[in-house]
Design a protein around this ligand. Structure first.
Ligand code: B12
Ligand code: SF4
Ligand code: SF4
Length: 270
């Protein structure tokens, strides 16, 4: 690492935290292109449920981002259990939730700072995969922010899974930011009785749906292949209906299920 590059990443990390991020990492774009979600994607049935974009087409889905992106900065914002409103959808603000709105602003401020202070070009990245967004959990794991837990979420040492993510593209290669998860070979799921898997109202972790032999990928949804996104999406649809019924206004507030997230024992104290 040249002294210059190491200074840029240190300053970048400090700036992102100043702008409101709780976690910051960097990952090389080539490594992300080869990550488990990208590798499994061609073998999966196309998914059209909650979390997909209006821009969806019936054509094959390819995760693609501009060729010039060399590094992704991964930004994490803590979503503590006692601030549930950060995750409520439909409040009429950009990004759909207060949490997403804050992440968009942090990324925009960081982009401006990088351009002004270091003359570095940035690429604003969309959230949705169908619009060219990246698989955010894979990006965060590869950036060293945590591991993929048995609840199929990014689990961090600091906040457990109670974080939301966004990335910013950079056109220059940058070294990795050293993260707490990496330095201690972090794996809280080892030996844990996995309360996260028992609380699911749709039993989304009840069956093994994916195997390394069938899908050619060792790192599977929920680690072991035991996460069913269609079952989870049934709950998301119910949560939307519940919000519609409860709403007296045109903008119902949807409180999507977080049971497997909130049941995780890691980072609870925070
Ligand atoms: C579509 C989507 C959904 C859909 C479909 C989910 C799915 N997994 O397919 C639905 C609506 C069901 C959903 C549900 C939820 N979602 Co969602 N979702 C997304 C979205 C937009 C894309 C995810 C996706 O399609 N992944 C592709 C599938 C194939 O991946 P996968 O099932 O996760 O399996 C891969 C990983 O497990 C990975 N993996 C496994 N082991 C390892 C090991 C290593 C080293 C690596 C690198 C990777 C890896 O490989 C698997 C593929 O083989 C992302 C945002 C984004 N742009 O990434 C948010 C996102 C993943 N969702 C998020 C959240 C919070 C939720 C919910 C809690 C609902 C809520 N309240 O918001 C639930 C949690 C469900 C769960 N336990 O996983 C957060 C996760 C934050 C975190 N801490 O992990 C994200 C990142 C959005 C954000 N705002 O930050 N989601
Ligand atoms: S978000 Fe809710 S429905 Fe989806 S897997 Fe977690 S507990 Fe189950
Ligand atoms: S509750 Fe335990 S098994 Fe589940 S994600 Fe958290 S640490 Fe891993």
């Amino acid at each position: 690492m040249t002294p210059d590059a190491s200074q840029v990443v240190n300053e970048l990390r400090a700036a992102a935290i100043r702008f409101g991020a709780d976690l910051v990492g960097t990952v090389e774009a080539g490594a992300l292109r080869d990550s488990p979600s990208h590798r499994i994607l061609p073998s999966l049935d196309r998914y059209y449920g909650v979390g997909t974009s209006d821009a969806e087409t019936d054509g094959p889905l390819e995760v693609a981002w501009p060729e010039e992106v060399a590094t992704f900065v991964v930004l994490g914002l803590a979503h503590p259990a006692d601030e549930p409103a950060l995750d409520w959808w439909g409040s009429g603000i950009s990004g759909g939730t207060e949490g997403n709105h804050r992440l968009i602003e942090i990324a925009a401020n960081l982009a401006e700072w990088l351009e002004e202070e270091h003359g570095l070009a940035t690429v604003r990245m969309p959230y949705h995969i169908e619009r060219g967004g990246v698989f955010l959990k894979d990006a965060a794991v590869l950036a060293g922010l945590g591991c993929l837990g048995r609840n199929n979420m990014l689990v961090t040492p600091e906040f457990g899974p109670r974080v939301r993510l966004r990335v910013l593209g950079l056109t220059v290669p940058l070294p990795k930011i050293e993260a707490a998860a990496e330095s201690s070979f972090f794996d809280p799921c080892e030996g844990c009785p996995a309360p996260c898997r028992k609380v699911c109202p749709q039993e989304a972790f009840a069956q093994c749906l994916y195997s390394a032999d069938d899908y050619g990928v060792e790192a599977l949804p929920g680690r072991t292949g035991a996460y069913g996104r269609l079952a989870c999406n049934v709950q998301m649809d119910l949560d939307q209906e519940k919000a519609d019924r409860a709403s007296g206004s045109d903008t119902p507030v949807v409180r999507y299920c977080r049971k497997c997230e909130l049941a995780c024992v890691q980072g609870r104290a925070r």
